[in-house]
Design a binder for this molecule. Sequence first.
Ligand code: FAD
Length: 446
Amino acid sequence: MRFLIIGGDAAGMSAASRVRRKRPDIDVTVLEMTRDVSYSACGMPYNIADGQRSIEELVVRQASVFRDKLGVDLRLGHRAEAIDREAKLVRGSEASGQGFDCGYDKLLIATGASPHIPNIPGLDAPGVMALKNLEQGRAIKEYLASRPVKRAVILGMGYIALEMAEALRARGLEVAMVKPRPELLPWMDRQLASTVYDELQAKRVEVHAGCEVQEIRQAGGSYEAVCSDRVLSADMLLVATGVRPNSRLAEEAGLELGPAGSIAVDRSMRTSDPDILSAGDCADAFHLVSGQRTWVPLALRANRSGRAAADAVAGQPVELPGVAGTAVFKTFELQVARTGLSLDEAAQCGFDPRGRVISAPSRAHAHPGSSTIQVFLLADAASGRLLGAQMVGREGVAHRINAVAVALQAGMSLAEFAQADLAYAPPFGPVWDPLLTAANQLLKAL
Ligand SMILES: Cc1cc2nc3c(=O)[nH]c(=O)nc-3n(C[C@H](O)[C@H](O)[C@H](O)COP(=O)(O)OP(=O)(O)OC[C@H]3O[C@@H](n4cnc5c(N)ncnc54)[C@H](O)[C@@H]3O)c2cc1C
């Protein structure tokens, strides 16, 4: 059997390795348009923060390992351009411009996502960067190393933008962030979002929320981001205004699409064509709380869905339950986490959501070094079901969110979650864990 994979990062290479391990009789070919495979995109902001570290450290497995140890026919510099479902082949071109055809019995589309670049005049200037793949990470590092860069403007205020604000401050740059919507992290409870805002202020990051950049002008060797009421000057600009699924190949081949234009897949990663699967950031998933199709482009899902696609191709399909949208990131000293639905999402899904914010200490009473954890917990007033959580704090947030993620997967009610037997010792939290305090407070409000 010929198994062809388009895209050689988390989802694609997870699938390639697993099929070769489980079914050495299956021929696996991977088409990857860049010269990189299998690297940690998530590590890029932290690597960029340190001018001494090589970005090549982020490569998890070299291409030679896939070729020599696993017997994967890995073709770098090969861009897939069209899928011919009748003839069961993929057409494309090599970096040299030469065209190629590649046949398949089973095809996996694992093309990931691309940065969304807004339609702003001047965004094609050389000092305007985006950060999605290793090539772009290298370009940012080279840019910072090769000239005096004193000030950066970041378009966008999502998690990659916030991680990069921290990274560029660590490199000694002044940083300004700008976006059209007035709210920082619009999915987040306002009280928690204002804690994130305060952290950015404390770290001297300028936040220009509610400002639409209308044009990027070049001024000598630097740039100006022109808004209606202000001009932000910079030596570099980073566009971090979200990502979009790379689903064009699937769409042009007539496959069904899901939310946000992602590729619609079932729980075994099959698309609307039984011989074509899709996994990772280009594909959709089922939400564990709403049961609806959703698009959550994150690393665990990419790896897990790549493995599931491999199992399907190897003849042992698994049914993935779905995603809760669990995510965590760091902005300077703050840990920020979420799982499940936000208040707006829950209302849109037909729930009657009630939320409560509580503040609790991160360590037991009188234990030194304690800070505040804010928890926003959300439940459905009609059924009592737990719907989601958000958390902000200087410690104890990143992994605490996982308890809620598991409760959501188990379909727990708020009352059941309030009875969870969570661990306690003074350095790690109070006897009543902040999550339990939040659950008990919300129970009173339901
Ligand atoms: C800066 C940054 C930080 C992140 N931090 C986190 C984090 O902390 N936690 C988390 O969960 N997630 C994080 N993510 C997201 C995570 O990296 C992605 O979810 C994951 O990489 C998705 O893997 P993928 O294989 O689906 O897609 P991708 O990694 O996008 O890989 C797709 C591959 O397909 C190739 N490709 C696309 N089109 C074609 C074509 N036509 N022909 C051939 N090849 C093609 C691309 O070149 C690419 O190599 C981060 C992402 C970035 C950019």
